[in-house]
Design a protein around this ligand. Structure first.
Ligand SMILES: CC(C)(COP(=O)(O)OP(=O)(O)OC[C@H]1O[C@@H](n2cnc3c(N)ncnc32)[C@H](O)[C@@H]1OP(=O)(O)O)[C@@H](O)C(=O)NCCC(=O)NCCS
Length: 177
């Protein structure tokens, strides 16, 4: 069962989800603030080590953990960033920078529960508000099926040494569904 209550200020959505257990879970998507930096740092670090590590060699993960968590945590207010908060715990993040999706990360324990989807709904909504016609993302190998499910198409691959990423793009110029 899925109950959606929309409390929309700029973009702020609260869902109540009892799909997996009988307990009702409160999921909130809200704009990130500098105060979320520490939690976001941990989410990105753990997702890299525990999720992306299945798809990339250790040398790539070791390099990314030195720069990416800090980079994402320090740009929350510069980018149009959101966080997902479940029962008071920050468990995911996702951002828009111009017409590019940045840093969509969900804590391992909360993946597969639609939280990435809710974060991307917020990011795409922000892109629509900016009248963007195209949305780009430099996807990890890990997230390619996730973005493909949302209608992103592969543009090309890019390599940073051993790190393979996939540039993907989505036309958002039409009326929203
Ligand atoms: C990619 C990521 C953000 C997805 O978050 P999530 O909360 O697990 O995603 P959702 O539960 O909303 O999944 C939405 C759909 O995508 C699918 N999906 C998500 N990740 C997938 C994966 N790695 N492989 C295949 N399908 C995937 C889900 O099965 C679901 O499909 P459904 O609608 O048919 O049920 C998360 O796995 C993650 O943090 N990965 C590591 C970090 C990363 O690579 N981020 C992208 C950087 S560009």
């Amino acid at each position: 069962m899925h109950v959606r209550l929309r409390a929309a200020s700029a973009y702020n959505i609260t869902d109540y989800d009892r799909a997996t257990t009988n307990m009702i879970t409160r999921i909130e998507i809200r704009r990130a603030t500098a105060g979320d930096a520490e939690a976001v740092y941990e989410i990105v670090l753990r997702a890299l080590r525990e999720t992306n590590a299945r798809d990339y060699p250790a040398s790539v993960i070791d390099r990314l953990v030195l720069t990416l968590p800090k980079g994402v945590a320090s740009t929350l207010e510069e980018w149009h960033a959101y966080v997902a908060v479940v029962d008071g715990r920050t468990v995911g993040t996702g951002s828009l920078n111009g017409n590019t999706v940045r840093a969509v990360f969900v804590h391992l324990d909360y993946q597969g529960r639609g939280i990435g989807t809710k974060l991307m709904d917020a990011v795409e909504n922000a892109a629509n508000v900016q009248y963007e016609s195209t949305l780009n993302v430099q996807s990890s190998i890990t997230a390619q099926p996730f973005y493909a499910k949302r209608g992103f198409k592969v543009v090309r691959e890019a390599f940073y040494g051993e790190e393979r990423t996939i540039l993907m793009s989505k036309d958002i110029s039409g009326p929203s569904e």
